[in-house]
Design a protein around this ligand. Structure first.
Ligand SMILES: [Zn+2]
Length: 297
């Protein structure tokens, strides 16, 4: 599946710790914050490894799936150990055999559809400067910037993603260490989103459809796709904002969505609200998916 990307949502975001955040570094230095070379300055900085953030997203997804009464594997009994997955042949059969969390975040049997970058502060921040006495190195109120890509996504996954994010923003799921002590509450803000449709050369009418509606991978692959992707997978009515712009070049069709600050609400965060609305509107697709999954086969 991953050899060909049919659609991709690329989301730039910031993570802001609203309670002290501590992400232990690897080399057994248990009280030191994770550190890496800052891509902008080349200096050593504290950072949020992609794996830590992905772990938090997955835990939130498991909460949502459990709440909806859907199948969700556990760390002790992962999908990759299930007979139906082990006996599956080929990418499409494996995808169909996985639980919804693994369909999005991957498993040992299939790569993730969620790709995250490490998140860094705007400028390198010396981890030692954030040390409190002899305790853990923690940070608070410092924004970290990263990018998340959803590749070959179905619209229900975007809806699930919006629910994941609301759980995180409500501090029901936290990041890093000492979560039971209230550490690692974060808020996530979106700053930019683009939708990529590689290899698609749409005519004028299709361009307008892509500009105004989010297209799930099933919509692009058709009704008889072997993965069982939902089809059709585009809304009946417009679900992207009027400000969306379509662009075609280098074999990729792209829809970019930019928010302008308005005079009425100059202090708000128009980009975040606009993108949040797009993601949240896909909760309808998530609801349909949940109902379909619950029907006995
Ligand atoms: Zn699973």
């Amino acid at each position: 599946m991953h050899r060909v990307t049919c659609n991709e949502m690329r989301l730039d975001f910031s993570v802001i710790p609203v309670s002290p955040l501590f992400i232990p570094g690897d080399q057994g230095e248990s009280r030191r914050f994770a550190r890496a070379v800052h891509p902008g300055s080349g200096q050593v900085s504290l950072y949020i490894p992609a794996s830590a953030l992905k772990g938090t997203l997955r835990r939130a997804a498991e909460d949502v799936l459990e709440g909806a009464g859907l199948d969700c594997c556990t760390r002790e009994n992962p999908c990759s150990a299930r007979d139906v997955v082990k006996s599956a042949r080929g990418a499409a059969e494996i995808y169909r055999a996985l639980c919804p969390a693994c369909r999005l975040f991957g498993s040992q049997a299939m790569r993730s559809h969620v790709i995250l970058t490490d998140a860094f502060p705007a400028e390198a921040v010396d981890p030692a400067a954030s040390r409190r006495n002899e305790g853990d190195e923690t940070v608070i109120d410092l924004p970290f910037y990263g990018t998340l890509s959803l590749r070959n996504f179905e619209r229900w996954q975007v809806g699930l993603f919006s629910l994941i994010m609301s759980r995180i923003n409500l501090a029901e799921v936290q990041l890093g260490a000492n979560r039971s002590a209230g550490m690692g509450c974060i808020t996530v803000r979106y700053s930019h989103v683009s939708l990529l449709y590689p290899g698609l050369e749409p005519n004028h009418k299709q361009q307008e459809l892509l500009r105004t509606r989010l297209h799930g991978v099933g919509q692009l692959m058709g009704s008889d796709n072997p993965y069982g992707f939902v089809y059709p997978d585009a809304a009946d009515t417009q679900d992207l904002p009027d400000s969306a712009e379509f662009d075609m070049g280098m074999g990729v069709s792209a829809v970019t969505i930019t928010a302008e600050a308005t005079d009425e609400e100059p202090d708000n965060d128009p980009a975040h609200s606009l993108i949040d609305n797009i993601l949240t509107s896909q909760a309808l697709a998530w609801g349909s998916y949940v109902r379909a999954q619950k029907v006995p086969r």
